[in-house]
Design a protein around this ligand. Structure first.
Ligand SMILES: NC(=O)c1ccc[n+]([C@@H]2O[C@H](COP(=O)([O-])OP(=O)(O)OC[C@H]3O[C@@H](n4cnc5c(N)ncnc54)[C@H](O)[C@@H]3O)[C@@H](O)[C@H]2O)c1
Length: 339
């Protein structure tokens, strides 16, 4: 398989590295409009075919075109690649709007091409382990999902902090809580500097009695990457800043016995053992590249397909609408999260 990567800024070189290491990839071509980025890639990957013209990749002999450029350019580049008969890998967030995502999915379906959306965390050992625990019913019914992703972050020029950071957490939530349907969301935030929100909170209400909250921030003095999943049997904390014991499962919870009057309601606390399951350390991007190529070879949807990308874009677009309306509750239309 021949792979062409477009966009060699911060993230693109990781993609060149992982596809170059894949046993089925015979050639990696790479493009950036900035000559200095080609120079950087040439020094690390002398075998890569380099060009400043992305059309050389889109119209060339790559089977898979990998798009790692700013969000606004995802749709035009992805559309051109699909129309040239290429499978595509698109960085998160998939597109800048629902309409763009739907159009790409329609073209790919019509031409029987695959869309892989790089929701990297779905291939992260900790998230894979959490999914295993949930599928085994270890936590019981999910009551809430609470996530925090904050640090002194790299300001993006074209998107706010929600479009930059929240795709990670929203895609993790969608994956872990498949089968639960987000009903409505509200988002609030502040743009202190350049008109793009640098801090935001998103609240999602589900059709089931469940709630999710996301806090993303580029202007925090401390780096926190943590989520808490509350279940009615057990609860779990995933701290991505921990080198060891990234996941802790607590056999804790409450038992609530309602009685005739609210004053007499009984709340019993259970504080039991904690265990920390072992997490696979394989690089998520390596597993993502493997899944993408396997899906193409087996003519099936990848684990993180265009439909998964669209689900996240739906939540992002609703967040923007709510932000502009001071946190107004927005209904989520036609979510594809229930499969
Ligand atoms: N999956 C992840 O964990 C992860 C992490 C970081 C970034 N990303 C995503 O990757 C994408 C790129 O982010 P980044 O931080 O690397 O941005 P960046 O600005 O560092 O790099 C983007 C590069 O694209 C190049 N470019 C723009 N238009 C081009 C074109 N038409 N042809 C060729 N090159 C072009 C720019 O010159 C630049 O070098 C974004 O969608 C971002 O959200 C994903």
């Amino acid at each position: 398989m021949k792979v062409g990567v477009i966009g060699l800024g911060y993230w693109g070189p990781n993609l060149v590295r992982n596809f170059s290491a894949h046993s089925e990839v015979t050639e990696v071509a790479a493009s950036d409009i900035r000559e200095e980025r080609l120079k950087f890639i040439r020094s690390k990957f002398p075998a890569a075919k380099l060009t400043t013209n992305y059309n050389d990749i889109i119209e060339g002999d790559s089977d898979l075109v990998v798009i790692a450029t700013p969000v606004a350019t995802h749709h035009p580049l992805a559309k051109a690649a699909l129309l040239n008969g290429k499978h595509i890998w698109v960085e998160k967030p998939f597109t800048a709007s629902i309409r763009e995502a739907e159009e790409l999915i329609e073209i790919a379906e019509r031409k029987n091409l695959k869309i892989f959306v790089d929701h990297t965390f779905i291939y992260n050992g900790a998230v894979i382990k959490i999914k295993e625990l949930l599928d085994k019913g270890e936590l019981g019914n999910i009551l809430y999902f609470d996530s925090e992703r904050i640090n002194l972050g790299l300001f993006q020029k074209d998107v706010n902090v929600i479009w930059d950071l929240a795709p990670h957490d929203l895609s993790i939530m969608s994956y872990l809580m498949k089968g639960m349907k987000p009903k409505a969301l509200s988002a609030t935030g502040i743009a202190n500097f350049n008109g793009l929100e640098n801090l935001a909170h998103i609240n999602i209400h589900f059709e089931q009695n469940c709630f999710a909250h996301f806090h993303v921030n580029w202007v925090s003095p401390v780096k926190i990457r943590r989520m808490i999943l509350g279940g009615d049997k057990k609860m779990l904390v995933y701290d991505d800043m921990e080198n060891f014991e990234k996941i802790k499962v607590y056999d804790s919870g409450i038992e609530y016995k309602s009685t005739e009057t609210i004053h007499e309601a009984l709340v019993q606390y259970r504080i039991g053992d904690m265990f920390s399951p072992k997490v696979n350390q394989t690089e998520a991007l390596a597993l993502g590249a493997k899944e993408c190529i396997a899906a193409i070879n087996e003519n099936r949807q990848p684990l993180t397909s265009g439909y998964d990308g669209l689900d996240v874009v739906r939540l992002l677009e609703a967040s923007d609408l709510s932000l502009k309306n001071m946190g107004k509750m927005i209904e989520i239309g036609d979510s594809l999260l229930v499969t």
